[in-house]
Design a protein around this ligand. Structure first.
Ligand code: SF4
Length: 384
């Protein structure tokens, strides 16, 4: 590539874990709200929407890299990785990054694209439509395009507009609802009401676009733990989203919610309270057909996953099995899981006895429940 031509494209900081193999196209930067009390993702930057022309130029660069990379695909579909990556030697660091992401995307099927950043549908629908059409034209292997949106923004988009977005190639919207309780939403300063969540969710579902919402067990703190679950279940029942993704609450040092914790106005939920919230959500959404997904290491029991209507028993038995463990063993598992040593309680059997003894000593050394909850919260911050 010569010097005059644009040879890199923008890459934003976030994407959902389910979009790990997706190509990332940044159409906005930052978040329009930026005031949630648990979030510090974009605290140092304002919201910016990029021009359609500049986004198209980014897509052109992606398409060009895709053409280069495709030369290294063999007839049987396999890839000559060594030759494909030799290209990197002649590129700048930024170019390498951009080329490698396109190459990796193609190797993984070249099917999914995620439009970044935190609230991309805040820009005018016409602009998103133009971007979607251009993207699909330039990269025809695309099968699915997804993006993030705040419920407050999403509630202002009509069914007709969503239908246009769907026709232009937007397939799925992720939205961090976190909770369906208005009191919890207020507490965390989400800037959204449960009514807005319901309007947004129903409009999206009616248009045929898939909806993936995020639920944070524990984010309401001890005082609102049950309400967090029950009200979220109410919102889920109203909308019946395609996916409900669990993101167990972790309160990071430096956030406003952390300050509330330090001044005593916010009490951290225990691991068992957070699990009870998930149990309540499952039990109270039996007639929903969506998938409860636990696709993040931050969740204590990642096996809790399945369809809300048909996998009730399977999901509940994972939770019940854990609750049937002696409390001392639950604590050992919590420590091992939060240290990244194990995935499931059964994995404790695979740990060397000296590790188990060390965990047991540590678990036994903190009797105070609030201190224990803080210890685990601190350990969890390593994963976000
Ligand atoms: S809407 Fe999302 S990105 Fe924006 S402040 Fe809240 S949690 Fe952070």
């Amino acid at each position: 590539m010569n010097d005059e031509k644009q040879t890199t494209y923008r890459i934003g900081p976030i994407r959902p874990p389910s979009e790990a193999n997706s190509l990332l196209l940044q159409i906005t930067e930052g978040c329009t709200w930026n005031r949630c009390k648990f979030c510090e993702l974009y605290k140092h930057e304002g919201f910016k929407a990029f021009t359609v022309e500049s986004i198209k130029r980014d897509i052109d660069v992606m398409a060009e890299y895709a053409e280069i990379a495709k030369d290294y695909q063999r007839e049987d579909g396999s890839w000559n990785k060594k030759a494909a990556l030799e290209k990197l030697n002649r590129m700048t660091r930024e170019e390498k990054n951009c080329y490698y992401l396109v190459y990796r995307w193609l190797v993984n099927g070249g099917e999914n694209v995620f439009l970044q950043d935190g609230n991309s549908l805040a820009v005018k629908t016409e602009r998103v439509l133009e971007v979607l059409r251009y993207l699909r034209e330039k990269l025809p292997s695309i099968q699915r395009v997804t993006t993030y949106g705040r419920a407050e923004t999403l509630s202002k988009i009509s069914v007709e507009q969503y239908k246009e977005l769907k026709a232009a190639g937007l397939d799925r919207i992720h939205s961090g609802f976190e909770s369906g309780s208005d009191r919890v939403l207020d507490l965390i300063n989400k800037g959204v009401t449960s009514e807005q969540e319901i309007i947004a969710g129903k409009n999206i579902r009616e248009s045929g676009i898939e909806l993936s919402v995020y639920f944070m067990p524990g984010i309401g703190g001890k005082a609102l733990s049950r309400e967090n679950a029950m009200e979220t279940a109410r919102v889920v029942r109203e909308i019946n989203p395609d996916f409900i993704r669990i993101r167990t609450a972790v309160i990071k040092e430096g956030t406003e919610l952390w300050r509330d914790y330090l001044n005593g106005s916010y009490k951290l939920c225990s691991e068992n309270e957070k699990l009870t919230e998930i149990k309540l959500l499952i039990e109270n959404t039996k007639d929903c057909t969506g998938i409860l997904a636990s696709d993040h290491i931050i969740n204590l029991l990642q096996e809790i996953e399945g369809k809300l209507d048909t996998d009730q028993q399977k999901m509940r038995s994972v939770i019940e099995k854990y609750f049937n463990m002696p409390e001392s063993e639950q604590r050992i598992f919590q420590l091992a899981r939060r240290s990244g040593m194990v995935t499931r309680p059964e994995d404790l059997d695979l740990l060397p006895s000296e590790h188990l003894e060390k965990l047991a000593r540590l678990a036994g050394s903190i009797a105070d429940e609030a201190l224990w909850d803080r210890k685990l919260n601190d350990m969890m911050t390593n994963f976000i």
